[in-house]
Write a protein that binds this ligand. Sequence first.
Ligand code: B12
Ligand code: SF4
Ligand code: SF4
Length: 321
Amino acid sequence: MCSDSWSGAIKDKARELGFDACGIAPAADHPELPFFREWLDRGYAGDMAYLSRSADRRADVRRVLPTAQSVIVTATVYNTDRPYSTECADRARAQIARYAWGDDYHDVVGARLEALLAWMRSAAPEPFDARAYVDTGPIQERVYARHAGIGWIGKNTCVISPTLGSWIFLGEIICSLPLECDAPSFDQCGTCNLCLEACPTAAIVAPGVLDSTRCISYLTIELRGDIPPALRHAVGSHVYGCDVCQEVCPWNAVAARSSDPAWQPRPAWDNVEVAELASRPDDELGRALHGSAMKRAKAQGLRRNLAVALDNAQTPAERCR
Ligand code: B12
Ligand code: SF4
Ligand code: SF4
């Protein structure tokens, strides 16, 4: 098979395996890659030490796989038909980021990527080198997604597909095959600034630049220890992650939805009150967290977030602005 028919066959197979989009980027010196170092130097990674530890490898996929020539990028829609948190003024209602409502995407998307790679190995005329990653690998996924034509990197820093929106998981196969590549996506944010204006903690400090130490997603998922008092009110009823900068995005006004059972909200988190969630015993919380992306925070982290949300639910909304 020549490289362009190979690329087409890989994309067809990706669709067959349940991916909503698939594109191919060259393993090259993309202009956005050096920004990562600058971002780390500004302290925007907070306590996520794993990012600085792997900064050299994140600078270029050829440091992860020296023979790399192409990066196959997949997108998987996880959006479901539930309302956005911005549509709910009730601070007693627990807000959980929609990416975490169903099964753990590391497992689901990871298994689909492994299936794609296994098929590629069986169909390829010769052996090749490859690594598959979803989220946890030392690769700047959004940059390769942009150069694979999946979507552009919005001012909220998320990859926005012009056809699917931004409720997508990214996954990649870095490989030594010289595949036919797609054209990069172009920026379609224009003069819009809605995400910068809507962020409850002013974490988007400039278009495309996010200070994690202010981001509710970081504060409720990644941060170990207490949420800084100055940011607690703004966290509101977000007990795990935050979707506000994507919910206000016009490109998500009619975003694609998935009927995949994997992403449907688990009953334990569906439309639940903060107080009810907080009253559940550890073993019950632990069972609900099993196999869910929310297990990252563990029951202990969730309790810390619930305590902040409970406090906020009792606080007049005016004080929280
Ligand atoms: C660390 C991390 C976080 C951190 C930091 C997020 C951030 N924006 O950096 C925290 C914990 C805050 C976080 C939050 C979320 N995350 Co996260 N996260 C990651 C992770 C592991 C690394 C991202 C990273 O390298 N950040 C460092 C910065 C520098 O990189 P960047 O944001 O990609 O920024 C690029 C561009 O913005 C651009 N750029 C920005 N400014 C400028 C300026 C100039 C001049 C130039 C040239 C370029 C440029 O260049 C940067 C690349 O160097 C990736 C997985 C991966 N391995 O890539 C997932 C990932 C980005 N996260 C994801 C998700 C789903 C989320 C949340 C939606 C979860 C939630 N609901 O709570 C939020 C979204 C918040 C947001 N607005 O980004 C998805 C995003 C999918 C998408 N559509 O984009 C990813 C890709 C995981 C996956 N495999 O699906 N995340
Ligand atoms: S996820 Fe929430 S806190 Fe983080 S940048 Fe987006 S709106 Fe702001
Ligand atoms: S809200 Fe506006 S500025 Fe922000 S990512 Fe969406 S289109 Fe771009």
